[in-house]
Ligand binder design. Structure first.
Ligand code: UDP
Length: 368
């Protein structure tokens, strides 16, 4: 069976890497990897860490391209790969322009599509934008769906997807994390620099934030909450700042000169999961980080109004706080000051998987 695995962004690469490594171990699959390189540097770092060399590299990253320009370029470029390799199945991931456009191109060519991390929904067209529609389109086009949780499988079934084509496997992000955390080289120079900033007697808050739905006023409000949080003497913040100019400007303008805040460039995956593991608390709007945190036993405040990842919210490890300054501060203070609440939040197992998702997906692919 010829399988083409396609991805383009950092989170997709992290989540597809363990699956690619698993598929390579099965001789009945002829597995090839194609990267659209929707994100360039951030993607390459992940490929290097997991030692994956793509067979096709479409290099589609371009500054300031619109979603429509990017989508058109993906459709055109992937078509040549489909003609060249003639896969039996194309595997795409999640909710990016790469996922939806590659699924559409494969459909046009009559090639089956498998969707990894299928069935996540907010049912809010605009949040997250454009991800919610990307995953709905991909779900419509896919022939086989690998849902991380019961809830995501149920979403698909409610939409009329045949339950026989839906497999509940857990999320491959946990496979990546459990492998990755054992392969971190703590002696790397950038990790040493971060270690020098971290003071043992202060609580470390790791922050990420870059979702489009929060750009503009909401982002200023979020940053002003962080600033006030950092005014506490017992707290330190480290924020790897996303390269998007909408994010960079606001963050550096508002938080640039605070002695308790370390602003750094986005970390590669290896350094980032090491950093998450050092934290006391995480504040983020990232999807992947919400999934990783329960495995590291870290509570998360999510700076969004909705999340397609409800499982950890229901369980208590993750709390939705939006971007309202007072709400963020209130919830952060509770976690900093109330040990009982803190322990209750981290006490559960990870609802997104146990590190065997890639194996389960490979097994399902064999049975198709
Ligand atoms: N991540 C990383 N470096 C960073 C921040 C995040 O490697 O500086 C990783 C993180 O561990 C997670 C993934 O990137 O696996 C999340 O990506 P992102 O927040 O960009 O996207 P989302 O998960 O929201 O789609």
């Amino acid at each position: 069976k010829k399988i083409l695995v396609v991805f383009g962004t950092r989170p997709e690469a992290i989540k597809m890497a363990p699956l690619v490594k698993e598929l390579y171990q099965h001789s009945e699959f002829d597995t090839k990897v194609c990267v659209t390189a929707q994100h360039r540097e951030m993607l390459d770092q992940v490929l290097a860490f997991f030692k994956i060399i793509p067979d096709y590299d479409l290099g589609l990253m371009k500054a300031n391209q619109t979603l429509n320009q990017l989508s058109a370029r993906i459709l055109t470029a992937i078509d040549e790969v489909l003609v060249d390799f003639e896969p039996d199945l194309v595997l795409v991931h999640g909710d990016t322009s790469t996922s939806s456009m590659v699924a559409l191109a494969s459909f046009h060519r009559g090639i089956k599509v498998g969707h990894v991390e299928a069935g996540l929904r907010t049912y809010n067209k605009r949040a997250p934008f454009p991800e919610e529609i990307n995953r709905q389109i991909t779900g419509r086009l896919a022939d086989v769906h690998f849902a991380p949780t019961k809830q995501s499988a149920q979403n698909l079934i409610n939409e009329g997807v045949n339950s026989k084509s839906v497999y509940i496997t857990g999320n491959t992000v946990i496979d990546a994390l459990l492998w990755g955390i054992h392969h971190v080289n703590e002696h790397r120079e950038d990790i040493q620099e971060i270690k020098e900033f971290i003071k043992k007697n202060q609580k470390l808050i790791v922050v990420t934030g870059h979702r489009r739905e929060n750009f503009g006023d909401k982002f200023y409000e979020f940053c002003s909450a962080l600033k006030e949080l950092a005014d506490r003497k017992d707290v330190q913040l480290i924020y790897p700042v996303h390269l998007n100019p909408n994010v960079q400007k606001v963050v550096y303008d508002t938080l640039g000169n605070h002695s308790n805040i370390l602003l750094i460039a986005p970390l590669d995956y290896e350094a980032f999961i090491w950093l998450l593991n050092q934290s006391y608390l995480i504040i983020t709007d990232s999807g992947g980080v919400q999934e990783e945190a329960p495995s590291l036993k870290k509570p998360v405040l999510v700076t969004r109004d909705v999340t397609e990842r409800q499982e950890a919210v229901a369980q208590g490890t993750v709390k939705l706080v939006g971007t309202d300054k007072n709400k963020i501060l209130k919830e952060a203070f509770i976690l900093l000051d109330n040990q009982e609440t803190y322990q209750n939040m981290i006490g559960n197992k990870n609802p997104y998987g146990d590190g065997t998702a890639s194996k389960q997906i490979a097994k399902a692919l064999k049975s198709l």
